[in-house]
Write a protein that binds this ligand. Structure first.
Ligand code: PNW
Length: 488
């Protein structure tokens, strides 16, 4: 169906674009910023596809005025960005000095957004852990310390910005942090049992320890907000997870069951995709919601991991349960689920985009894990609404056009494949809201700008704005204009 007119968007719907600090800011050593775990990691040969790092990125720490002006030109109502922890507290810890210049930077930025009528939607942690905390006590591996330090950092942010910021995300995609950072070892800090990849790490235990710390750190930050700030600041706070829709590969009972397993937290097994097939499994991220929403890990996760899955004490559970005001959802694609697979990280379900008749589910993106299949987006919204009965904020959704990086700028900005993707997902979004009655309150396409795409370096472009990394000039793509037209 065609995109419906905007009058069909609920009042106060937050429509904008998203980014993250490490992917756009650069200026890693400016104004007292401390290092994050991505600074040195990206510089290790072989860790990024093009050998490039985040030292400059889109230079947004310096060009923020230009960025705000472009957001205003686009006419967005909201902007999702993240705060760099090591700009606020360079060494990260609760007894370490706070950096006034870091606070000042985000103050200026938030004020400028508001002057343009743009609502700030702030992520506190988008993967850039202060390096000093990793060196000091193992970062996310040390539950006791990291909970306290993260809660402190969050408090500093609520205190400094909460008079103007009313929408907070604690953590972006904790499962990517745990599994890609400590299991597969492809994201910072790059720990893994694979000794070719990493001199240290234990992929069978560390991801679960880290996942546990992340859930608890999130929950403690929410507790701080609700007890100390929400009563007078009146904002909302939650976590954002990414996950994709799962469809059975065919109508065989085992594959229908495989897809159901992928969707049914209660009976599912825990499986984590290898990085090649990548981060696209929704299943693991939904299960992560279980302690937060249901107060327990899923039974199958417990069965598979046994005593490798940390237990929550009853005091911890009391903090964790009910600790998200909404469902923050990052979603990109749909998978065909098939029974089988022997990788513990992949569990008993295997994914493909190739149908039994050999056809592809949808147009292929630059990254192997992403195809364009908008129907899945509508189904996923319905599934989450029915399951969690909590308002949904779509905090990421996007497409990397295949081969875009090899095109001249004049061609790259005519990003028909991305327009096709967003035509489908925005129609699905409006149908879910207006025809299915799903309570969706925000939509943030990823990303405002082409930027540092983690292990892909700069080769994979997700922006609705083209960035020429030689000149740092920004060129709106057709998709950016298309999205704004849908929203008004
Ligand atoms: C998200 N995968 O991460 C992140 O939140 C963004 O920072 C990122 O740029 C965006 O999606 C596009 O990738 C993902 O490998 C990272 O499947 C990797 C995967 C998925 C999402």
């Amino acid at each position: 169906m065609a995109a419906s007119p905007s009058s069909k968007l609920p009042n106060n719907f937050l429509w904008g674009f998203a980014t993250a600090s490490f992917q756009i800011e650069g200026s890693w050593d400016v104004d007292g910023r401390g290092k994050s775990i991505w600074d040195d990691f990206a510089k290790i040969p072989g860790k990024t596809l093009d050998g490039r790092n985040g030292d400059v990125a889109t230079d947004s720490y310096k060009r923020w005025r230009e960025d705000v002006a472009l957001l205003a030109d686009y006419g967005v109502k909201a902007y999702r960005f993240s705060i760099s922890w090591s700009r606020i507290i360079p060494l990260g810890g609760r007894n370490d000095p706070i950096n006034p210049l870091g606070i000042q930077h985000y103050n200026n930025f938030i004020d400028a957004l508001l002057e343009h009528g743009i609502t700030p939607f702030v992520t506190l942690y988008h993967w850039d852990l202060p390096q000093a905390l990793h060196d000091r006590y193992g970062g996310w591996l040390n539950k006791e310390e990291i909970i306290k330090d993260y809660a402190h950092y969050s408090r500093v942010c609520f205190e400094a910005f909460g008079d103007r910021v009313k929408h907070w995300l604690t953590l972006n995609e904790p499962w990517c942090v745990a599994i890609l950072g400590y299991g597969r070892g492809v994201f910072a800090p790059g720990r893994s049992s694979d000794r070719v990849r990493s001199p240290e790490g234990n992929s069978s235990t560390e991801p679960w320890i880290v996942g546990h710390s992340l859930i608890l750190a999130h929950a403690h930050a929410v507790k701080v907000y609700r007890e100390e700030f929400k009563p007078h600041q009146h904002g909302e706070i939650g976590i954002t997870l990414n996950g994709d829709w799962e469809m059975p590969y065919d109508d065989s009972p085992e594959n229908i069951e495989a897809a159901q397993h992928a969707l049914d937290v209660a009976i599912g097994v825990c499986r984590i995709l290898p990085y090649a097939a990548s981060c696209s499994s929704m299943f693991r991220r939904y299960r992560l919601m279980d302690p937060i929403y249901l107060g327990r890990y899923p039974a199958h996760m417990r069965e598979m991991l046994g005593d490798r899955l940390p237990e929550f004490t009853s005091e911890e559970l009391a903090v964790v349960k009910g600790s998200s005001d909404f469902y923050g959802m990052n979603t990109y694609t749909t998978n065909l689920a098939r029974a089988g697979g022997d990788d513990e990280f992949q569990g008993l379900v295997d994914y493909t985009f190739t149908r039994p008749d050999g056809t592809q589910l949808g147009p292929q993106a630059e990254c192997a894990w992403l195809q364009d299949y908008p129907n899945g987006f509508r189904q996923l919204l319905n599934y989450l609404w029915k399951r969690y009965k909590t308002p949904i904020f779509v905090t990421e959704n996007g497409f990397a056009v295949k081969g875009e990086n090899n095109l001249p700028i004049s061609e790259a900005v005519k990003d028909d494949a991305r327009v096709h993707y967003f035509r489908g997902t925005t129609a699905a979004l409006l149908a879910a809201i207006n025809e299915d009655g799903v309570d969706v309150r925000a939509y943030f396409p990823w990303s405002f700008l082409d930027n540092f795409e983690w292990a892909d370096g700069y080769k994979t472009r997700f922006g609705v704005t083209y960035v020429d990394y030689e000149t740092q000039k920004r060129y709106p793509k057709d998709s950016g204009k298309f999205l704004i037209n849908v929203s008004i």
